[in-house]
Design a protein. Structure first.
Length: 261
C-alpha cells in the first residue's frame, strides 16, 4: 500500500488481544439480547391491535385487467402489500430508488405461502409501464396497479412507500390489521442488517460512528443510487436486460427527494 493509499484509508479501532475483544463482544451481546426481547414484545402488541374493515371489492389492475382486492389474497387468509411509488412518464432510471431497493430484497415467497400469507406489490403507476419495470428488474412477485378510483380507499390519507397487512375472514370480509412506512421497510432488505454488523456500518451521514469513519452515501435517495440510477438496476443491465419501460420522457429525477425515504 502506498503512502497516499494509507493516508486516504479509513481509520481502524484499537487493536487488542482476543480475550479483551471477546469481553467487549459479550458486553454488547447483553444489549443485543435486550433489543431482541423488546422486538418480541412489540410483535406481541402488534398481534393484539384492533383491525379496520375495508371493501373487499376495491378494484386494482392486474395481469388480466381489473381485479378486486379479495382476489389478490389468492385464496390465502392473509396478505402483505408493499405500496410501490411511481413517477409518471419517467424512464427506469428515474423510478423510485427506495422502493426499488426494498422490493429487490424480497425473494422466495414459499415460506410466506406456507404460513397462509400472500405477498403482492401495489404500484402507484399504470399497469403497463410499472409491470415492464417489474420485468426489467427480474421480480416475479404478484404485481398490481392502484387506480385513481381505489387510491383513496387503500391509501386513506397516507402515501405510497408504505407496507400494509390485510386479513380476510371466513365470510370474505377484508380487514386492515397493520401498516408502517419509512425505516420500517428495512425489514424488506437483508442488506441493511448485514451492513449494520460490519465495522463501517451503512456509511451514511446520520450514523453515530467514530470520527473519520466513511460517510460515503448521501440521504434523500442517494443511498439507494449509484452513478445516477437505482443501484440494483446495474446488475440487470450488465446481464443484458433492456430497461425500456415505454416511458414518455427521458428526464431523470435522481437528485430529487422522495417522501418514502
Amino acid at each position: 500500500m502506498t503512502d497516499d493509499q494509507k493516508a486516504s484509508a479509513p481509520p481502524l479501532p484499537p487493536v487488542v488481544d482476543r480475550a479483551t475483544w471477546q469481553a467487549e463482544l459479550d458486553s454488547l451481546l447483553v444489549r443485543e439480547k435486550a433489543r431482541t426481547r423488546e422486538g418480541d414484545a412489540i410483535a406481541a402488541a402488534r398481534r393484539r391491535l384492533p383491525i379496520v374493515e375495508v371493501d373487499p371489492a376495491t378494484p386494482l389492475v392486474g395481469e388480466h385487467g381489473p381485479v378486486p382486492l379479495l382476489e389478490v389474497f389468492e385464496g390465502r387468509r392473509q396478505l402483505i402489500a408493499y405500496f410501490h411509488m411511481w413517477h409518471d412518464g419517467q424512464p427506469a432510471e428515474g423510478q423510485c430508488e427506495g422502493c426499488t431497493f426494498f422490493t429487490n430484497g424480497v425473494g422466495d415467497l414459499s415460506y410466506l405461502h406456507s404460513r397462509d400469507i400472500t405477498y403482492a406489490t401495489f404500484c402507484q403507476g399504470p399497469y403497463r409501464e410499472s409491470r415492464a419495470y417489474r420485468d426489467f428488474m427480474g421480480w416475479d412477485i404478484p404485481w398490481y396497479s392502484v387506480g385513481a378510483d381505489s387510491k383513496d380507499a387503500l391509501i386513506a390519507g397516507r402515501w405510497f412507500g408504505m407496507q400494509v397487512c390485510y386479513l380476510r375472514d371466513e365470510e370474505n370480509r377484508v380487514y386492515e390489521t397493520y401498516w408502517s412506512s419509512g425505516r420500517a421497510a428495512e425489514a424488506w432488505s437483508p442488506s441493511y442488517g448485514l451492513l449494520d454488523i460490519t465495522l463501517y456500518g451503512r456509511q451514511e451521514p446520520w450514523e453515530d460512528s467514530p470520527e473519520g469513519w466513511p460517510r460515503t452515501f448521501a440521504l434523500g435517495g442517494g443511498q439507494f443510487r449509484l452513478d445516477g440510477r437505482p443501484t440494483a438496476q446495474w446488475a440487470r443491465l450488465a446481464a443484458g436486460h433492456r430497461d425500456d419501460i415505454g416511458a414518455t420522457t427521458t428526464v431523470s429525477r435522481w437528485d430529487q427527494q422522495d417522501p418514502c425515504h
